[in-house]
Design a protein around this ligand. Structure first.
Ligand code: SF4
Length: 185
């Protein structure tokens, strides 16, 4: 399996952009984790994929460094104006669907791949996460948020020459998949 084929699959699943990223450009930051702990998203300490359950920044960085290549995926929506909340919600919904569909597809069709899925928010696979009372119900479907891992998403895009802001009137959601055993050709 090569990264280019996975990239094409991501576009077929509906992402508006899918581009390779180099693992050595991913620098996880304590400051981002501290912002997580403020808990504006109400997910902190509520989910196996989110901090603190996903590990310290050092542990996450060590995990990330074990992967060989990655793919940034984006879903960009075109807003009618700054108050176009319907399109904002719809774009978020579409992006989550693309992410889950792609992950399930990769797990099913390419079981040989070791994948680290990093999404846009907390893992929403189950209606209610088992955290902290019981182990994760579906580890194969679990994902952590990129920011929960400590990534500055705009920096990861910039350091890989990937557009993050697609201009006035657009809204972009970002996720990524990291891989082992994938050829970069
Ligand atoms: S798969 Fe379910 S139990 Fe596991 S982290 Fe996600 S929501 Fe929680």
């Amino acid at each position: 399996m090569d990264l280019n084929s996975i990239r094409q699959e991501a576009l077929d699943f509906g992402f508006t952009l899918a581009e390779p990223i180099a693992i050595d450009t991913i620098h996880l930051r304590e400051e981002v984790r501290e912002m997580c702990a403020v808990n504006k998203c109400h997910a902190y300490n509520t989910n196996w994929g989110c901090p603190p359950a996903c590990g310290t920044i050092a542990e996450c960085q060590e995990r990330v460094n074990q992967y060989e290549c990655g793919l940034i995926v984006q879903t960009t929506g075109q807003l009618e104006d700054d108050f176009d909340f319907d399109t904002m919600q719809e774009t978020s919904k579409q992006h989550s669907k693309h992410f889950v569909d792609m992950l399930l597809h990769l797990r099913k069709e390419h079981p040989e791949l070791d994948i680290l899925p990093l999404g846009t928010g907390a893992c929403i696979t189950c209606k209610k996460c088992t955290y902290p009372d019981a182990p994760c119900r579906m580890p194969d479907r679990m994902s952590s948020p990129m920011e929960g891992y400590g990534m500055v998403i705009s920096d990861v895009c910039k350091d890989n020459n990937i557009l993050y802001n697609h201009g006035r009137g657009t809204l972009t959601y970002v996720a990524c998949f990291l891989f082992k055993e994938v050829s970069k050709a």
